[in-house]
Design a binder for this molecule. Structure first.
Ligand code: CMP
Length: 139
């Protein structure tokens, strides 16, 4: 999916607080089309695998505990220049540093409980999309 697709997750803080609808509306308003979506509660093994790149970080255990604390909503989104456009739309990792009007500025609680995930490259978008979805799950 070079260039046009990316993977997002509405994280357990935002999903559990009933913010999924507003966040999806925000993403659609920014020009993204949902091509796959599901609601899932990650196991610890799944969260550790998804965030394996952060395994050595001091926040790894806390991050996987948070990501398994309740249901979340992974989605594959489509738009031109999808990876960069989504990262701009959601804002900086820490909501205190996020631009006004971004998803994290509007809906995130903290640097860890930051409402939403976005792939950081086309390569990771492909890997992360395949983590949650089979080819047959996308339209
Ligand atoms: P995400 O975009 O999903 O990628 C990795 C996640 O780790 C990030 O969002 C945050 O939820 C979390 N994270 C990154 N940096 C920190 C940090 N310094 N302290 C706690 N959590 C962090």
């Amino acid at each position: 999916m070079p260039g046009t697709r990316t993977l997002t997750i509405i994280k357990p803080d935002a999903f559990g607080a009933g913010k999924a609808g507003k966040i999806i509306a925000h993403l659609e308003g920014a020009g993204f089309r949902i091509v796959a979506a599901r609601v899932v509660r990650l196991t610890t093994a799944q969260a550790e695998a998804f965030y394996a790149v952060h395994r050595e970080r001091p926040f790894f255990r806390s991050l996987t505990t948070f990501m398994t604390s309740g249901p979340c909503m992974p989605m594959i989104l489509e738009r031109a220049d999808a990876v960069a456009a989504l990262r701009k739309t959601i804002g900086a990792t820490d909501p205190a540093e996020a631009e006004p009007g971004t998803v994290r500025k509007l809906y995130a609680e903290s640097k860890e409980r930051n409402a939403i995930h976005a792939s950081d490259s086309d390569e990771n978008a492909e890997r992360e999309a395949r983590f949650f979805f089979a080819e047959a799950d996308t339209i």
